[in-house]
Design a protein around this ligand. Structure first.
Ligand code: PAF
Length: 291
């Protein structure tokens, strides 16, 4: 594996690899502090692409002024070791100067789909994500880009951006990986105190109950929302930011007259200072009863 820190260096390395191997490029943008979830994206890319590129970049544009940019966990040496062992060909590890040598004057803003859920709680977050992902796509020019569905709204925003701007890349959404007690894997889980950590799996349990209720015919969004919120509130350290039931991937409210193909039950919950997100995307066409 080669580690490259400059855009120019990456472009010339990839041009060489493309000439040599005549194959597709698979790409995973990450904030680093890798875990098994990231490794599953690398495995998905390796199954499909002859050249696998990973980026590690904690993107300041997507963090609000009171968020955890400065203390976001970082361990690049460990990340690079994991990436190499997983079979990544090229790791792109730029610094902030390399990515943003001058203040960004261009905004990449995906309306509507960015505005609800985490977009409402974290104003500007998805503009920062869209800007860096579009920059990275222009730098790497991948054929496929792999994203975890724990950040389902991020996937929807990026899909919309790629569609609207005809970016020549196929987005490959990958399933959420979970710890053995059901907690969705996240780099931010390290912030949890032992007591918070022991309560956090309630998110997955509440979402599983919503899925079961839907399978048993409960199709009213408000009832599903209440069921999830009530279950999560049983955890004494939980502080709900939102529980929402919406159409996916449009992230628009459910219309009782129309049966969407997919709906999402999405949650964001604080345990102490740590904000966790999780979701279930449910395929309504496969459910015994439709909304
Ligand atoms: O999901 C993430 O890790 C980040 O939002 C991403 C896509 C790497 C952009 O910085």
């Amino acid at each position: 594996m080669e580690t490259i820190r400059t855009i120019q260096g990456l472009r010339s390395k990839l041009a060489g690899l493309r000439r040599e191997r005549e194959t597709t490029v698979g790409f995973m943008p990450t904030l680093g502090y890798m875990h098994e979830g990231h490794l599953s994206l690398i495995r998905a890319a390796k199954a499909q692409d002859g050249i696998v590129v990973l980026s590690i970049f904690v993107n300041p544009l997507q963090f609000g002024p009171n968020e955890d940019f400065a203390k976001y966990p970082r361990d690049t040496a460990r990340d690079l070791k994991m990436a190499e062992e997983a079979g990544v060909d090229v790791a792109f590890v730029p610094d902030v100067e390399e990515m943003y040598p001058t203040p960004m004057r261009t905004k990449v803003s995906v309306s509507e789909v960015s505005e609800r859920l985490c977009g409402a709680s974290r104003p500007g977050h998805f503009d920062g994500v869209a800007a860096v992902v579009l920059k990275l796509f222009n730098i790497v020019q991948p054929d496929h880009a792999y994203f975890g569905l724990k950040d389902a709204q991020q996937v929807a925003v990026i899909e919309q951006m790629v569609h609207d701007l005809n970016v020549p890349v196929k987005i490959v959404p990958c399933p959420t990986l979970r710890e053995s007690d059901g907690l969705a894997m996240s780099s931010r889980n390290v912030y949890l105190s032992p007591e918070e950590r022991s309560q956090a799996p309630i998110l997955n349990r509440a979402l599983a109950e919503a899925e079961e209720a839907l399978q048993n015919g409960e199709v009213r969004p408000e009832q599903l929302r209440q069921l999830v919120a009530n279950r999560i509130s049983e955890a004494s350290l939980s502080d709900i930011d939102y529980v929402e039931v919406m159409q996916y991937p449009s992230l628009t409210p459910l219309d009782p007259q129309v049966t969407p193909k997919q709906l999402i039950v999405a949650v964001a919950v604080r345990f102490g200072k740590t904000r966790l997100i999780d979701n279930r995307i449910l395929d309504l066409e496969r459910m015994p009863s439709h909304v």
